[in-house]
Design a protein around this ligand. Structure first.
Ligand code: UFG
Length: 331
């Protein structure tokens, strides 16, 4: 068992619940703070403690930090639907930026030494160059990306002023599910391609819309860097070790595999795995979709011992499908 506890906000959600598994498997004690608005209590591994609260509930959060001996925060809680952030920006600035401010303040007040933040490739907006490095211009094109970028900026200033260091991890397209079937993407109303394709493959929806066929890519459909959620969770555990080993340093790193697949390549992979053909509906572009978004992942590879273990599109699809079937059985 490691010395100290990690507080995971949003640990009942998709990525957070996988980080909880990775931390527990690595020997950490874990306490989850989640308001269960989009997360599920059953998604939190029983080895972790669950506190149902908002992260801006200072009394509860600070009591938890002190009582549980929290040495680090992994912060996943927040709102994540890009189009919703456009129609309701204040929700995103409240749930992502303002709530993060309160959480960071609690961490500083309680002497928590390390902070890992769930950031996003949406901080880059439409990239000028692909693969995108961390030094590329940060020009978010929606309030979601801006709300996350503002939190990165707060962390930078706070780490300069207080004895806390941080790692901001900018995720590319997270997909798949725990290979052992312990967690997966469960929130209803999916908008993410691989989740939607898994729903189509299990009969939950009739077809998959292909948003845009005239992008500047090999087959005309959008290209993204899909990363398996279990690899992403492992990067957080390694980032924590780095923050502990080098308390004077903070880091910002892309999390991706450095290669992209088009929408049609993803759907072809689903067909290969299921031995069936999903119906494709060719439609117009969604607002704000870049042609291609692929990580330059040289920094994370140079900084952490982290190496992808599930970098295979069919594996990602297979794990996503297995979880989708499990959800279907649950009803
Ligand atoms: N797509 C379809 N049909 C669908 C859903 C998606 O064709 O039903 C396409 C999109 O147009 C895009 C690709 O599949 O080309 C991936 O779309 P997702 O919605 O799965 O993911 P995004 O790339 O739009 O979003 C991801 C993250 C966001 C982040 C965003 C921008 O999930 O959190 O990248 O960096 F904000």
């Amino acid at each position: 068992m490691r010395d100290g506890t990690v507080l995971v906000t949003g640990g009942a959600g998709y990525i957070g619940s996988h980080a909880v598994l990775a931390l527990l498997d690595a020997g950490w004690k874990v306490v989850v703070v989640d308001n269960l608005v989009t997360g599920f209590d059953w998604a939190v591994d029983k080895r972790a403690k669950l506190v149902v609260a908002n992260i801006e509930d200072e009394a509860t959060v600070r009591r938890t930090m002190r009582d549980e001996g929290v040495i680090a925060v992994m912060h996943f809680a927040g709102s994540v639907v890009v189009p919703e952030s456009v129609s309701d920006p204040l929700k995103y600035y409240r749930n992502n930026t303002v709530a993060s401010r309160a959480l960071i303040e609690s961490a500083v007040a309680c002497g928590v030494k390390h902070f890992i933040f769930s950031s996003t490739a949406a901080t880059y907006g439409i990239p000028e160059q692909v693969p995108v490095s961390e030094e590329s211009p940060k020009q978010p094109i929606n309030p979601y990306g801006m709300s996350k970028l503002m939190t990165e900026i707060m962390l930078k200033d706070v780490a300069a002023a207080h004895p806390i260091n941080y790692c901001a991890l900018r995720y590319f397209n997270v997909a798949g599910a725990d290979p052992q079937g312990r967690s997966g993407q469960s929130t209803a109303g999916a908008t993410h391609l691989i989740k939607i394709a898994a729903e189509a493959a299990t009969g939950k929806r009739a077809a998959v819309s292909v948003f845009g066929t005239d992008f500047a890519t090999a087959d005309g459909t959008g290209v993204r860097d899909y990363i398996h959620v279990t690899d992403l969770a492992a990067a957080h555990v390694d980032a924590l070790d780095l923050l502990i080993a080098r308390p004077e340093e903070s880091h910002t790193m892309n999390c991706g595999y450095g290669r992209g697949f088009s929408v049609l390549q993803v759907l072809d992979a689903v067909d290969r795995v299921t031995n069936r053909t999903i119906e494709r509906k060719l439609e117009g572009r969604r607002a704000g979709d870049p042609d291609a978004l692929v990580a330059d992942n040289s920094r994370i590879l140079a900084t952490l011992p982290w190496r992808p273990k599930h970098d295979d599109l069919e594996t990602i699809v297979k794990d996503a499908l297995a979880w989708e079937r499990k959800l279907a059985e649950r009803g």
